[in-house]
Design a protein around this ligand. Structure first.
Ligand code: 13P
Ligand code: SF4
Length: 331
């Protein structure tokens, strides 16, 4: 079976490798040999975070992708992030170690349905969270991430009619904060909607001094309990600059690694999901990447992200609009 056939079947390359292979050192060698860069999201497993050249939230990674001089971009994250890297780098090779690393939030806005929604509201500007497919981005005026969404929405005139998609929780949070009445697409992330309010209250009762910090993809009944709300990098920064000793963290569990590294004397408790038997605050897509898959992706430069050029141009426009406005806003 050819590499391409294997990838079509499994979504990633899986071939026999020497037992006890030291993936970390092999990856370091390949980085030099190929002038490659690993862009890693905070939700990756700890070992992947530790070998990433740039570790960041969605905005930081999109900004790094736009300015890298590397010839090969290895995206340790999910599909929409690797696609964004390709949108801004048509001439570079972008690989995603496992094509199955999707996003339940991006999937909650199928392009055909979203197109009908946009066409039904021709007088609205379209703001789309970066957690969306390339086809949805192509229908968009400007993209946002959780790090710049509020400021970008605020950059529109107060009376401008706006659509916000696909995350309803983030959209409601911004509507509340800015007094806007954006039309919201009804999408959500499977990780952030799973947190249990009763179990969170119990945890807070047991740890009354712990501050609750939350990602704005969480539901509004959780966000009203939060002492700080922000993107993954904003949550991390808060734990570094705030003087409290303990935090209950309501977002994907991967970010706790950086929080513990930056503040080893503080206590970080993951917010509990509804189902106490599952690891529901792990993103099942983010956690598909492994050092082995990253090694194989770098070595054989597959699976590669390919985007048809006409579509790429359309979807790149709202990303460039976001990058430019973020630059002007100093974000
Ligand atoms: P940020 O990286 O913007 O914090 O978003 C979190 C997320 O859900 C990425 O998938
Ligand atoms: Fe998508 Fe949620 Fe996973 Fe982020 S955590 S990649 S929004 S499914």
């Amino acid at each position: 079976m050819s590499f391409n056939d294997k990838i079509k079947t499994k979504g990633y390359l899986d071939i026999d490798l020497p037992v006890n292979m030291d993936f970390k050192s092999e990856i370091q060698k390949l980085k030099k040999e190929k002038n490659a860069i690993i862009l890693g999201h905070y939700y990756q497993t700890e070992d992947i975070q530790d070998i990433s050249d740039i570790l960041g939230d969605s905005l930081a990674l999109a900004q790094e992708a736009a300015k890298t001089n590397a010839d090969l971009i290895v995206f340790a994250g999910v599909h929409f992030m690797a696609e964004t890297a390709k949108l801004v780098n048509p001439g570079k090779k972008v690989v995603l170690p496992d094509l199955n690393a999707g996003c339940s939030l991006a999937d909650s806005a199928p392009a055909k349905d979203f197109e009908a929604f946009v066409n039904a509201h021709p007088d609205h500007k379209v703001i789309t969270y970066i957690n969306s497919s390339t086809e949805v981005k192509a229908l968009t005026d400007i993209c946002v991430t959780s790090s710049n969404a509020v400021q970008i929405v605020e950059s529109f005139p107060k009376d401008e009619k706006l659509i916000f998609a696909p995350d309803k929780n983030l959209g409601s949070y911004i509507n509340k904060l800015t007094g806007r009445n954006m039309l919201l697409w009804d999408g959500a992330c499977h990780v952030h909607k799973e947190f249990s309010i009763p179990r969170l209250l119990e945890l807070k009762h047991e740890n009354p001094d712990a501050l609750i910090i939350a990602h704005p993809e969480c539901q509004s009944d959780l966000l009203i309990m939060a002492d700080h709300i922000g993107s993954t990098s904003s949550l991390l920064k808060f734990t570094q600059t705030n003087s409290n000793d303990s935090y209950i963290v309501a977002t994907e569990s991967g970010i706790l690694h950086q929080m513990r590294k930056a503040s080893p004397n503080k206590t970080f408790l993951p917010a509990p999901p509804e189902d106490s038997t599952c690891a529901c605050n792990d993103c099942k897509f983010m956690k598909l990447n492994t050092l082995r898959k990253i090694y194989l992706a770098m070595k054989y430069e597959v699976p590669e992200i390919i985007i048809e050029e006409e579509l790429r141009k359309k979807a790149n426009r709202p990303i460039q609009n976001m990058l430019e406005l973020s630059r002007q806003l100093g974000l």
